[in-house]
Ligand binder design. Sequence first.
Ligand code: TYM
Length: 332
Amino acid sequence: MSRILSAIQPSGTLTIGNYLGALKNFVELQDEHDCLFFIVDQHAITVPQDRLELRKRIKELTALYLACGLDPNKATIFIQSEVPGHTQLAWMLTCNTSMGELERMTQYKDKVQKQTAKGQGISAGLFMYPVLMAADILLYDVDFVPVGDDQKQHVELTRDLAERFNNRFGETFKVPEVWIPKRGARVMSLQEPTKKMSKSDDNPRNFVLMTDEPNVIRKKIKSAVTDSDGVIAYDRQNKPGISNLLDIYSAFTSESIESLVARYEGCGYGQFKSDLAEIVVAELEPIQQRMKELLKSNVIDEVLDAGAKRANQLAFKKVKKVEHKMGLGRKK
Ligand code: TYM
């Protein structure tokens, strides 16, 4: 059975971009693979966080994982900081990574711009972020990493680091493949459809949150920017707004874009948006309900305890192997 691993940062409430690019696919993949899905709180602190807010979001993200249908009997669900092997391996990989490789990461460059615009400094952690992500993956001998399009470059770096380490120190890491969904891999902002939908965006009209009330969802989708020619067609370049909505519709329903375009021929944007809003509400409302129930129960702690136990067993072995290959500690 092949092994799949992915993770999400508790850096804000998840958007439907995170859901379509990642979480929804995790649920589908868990039936046929050995899965590890976790919450990367150590990645979240690469930019300043309020400690109580962060704690709350970690718990909420676990509840969301479960509410979306992740089954702890099929997948190992845990918090990154509860498995010390992640940072231990990250340091050993850091010493085998060049500054130049990290400087080329587009997400780092974007985040530097964002932090600078906010008048905030750039932590060394933000720079090292992709190495910690490589450690997350390489600890577990993973076959596939399901992520949205924006994480592709990080998984490619992970592959490079694994190959380099294997060449230098002998076979140690499995080289993982990236797995990008056919639909919903890059959900764009509702008001500025040429930029990615992001949970850390300052303008709430740019995204739909997984926890938005039904009427808020309807309002945000109905006021999404489109264009003035009123034709429902897929053209990312010239019609980014309606193309994004088509992509979202297709990712929620699995109906192909071609079929949607044919079905909505001659219809106005109003009808299309209103149908899409109902589809999104129908999928998110039960998830929100389950999430509320889970947050009141003990299930979250039980799942996280069991998940950390299994992840630690796997991670410990790999850390010891890498330390041995690099000559750290004593021979016992
Ligand atoms: P994060 O927390 O930013 O996003 C979580 C997942 O959501 C996807 N995603 C999107 N997909 C489609 N459209 C969007 N607008 C959109 N925005 C985000 C992301 O691609 C991701 O799959 N570095 C990672 C977390 C991470 C990780 C890992 C992932 C840490 N270690 C190991 C996989 C394996 C991140 O910041 O994701």
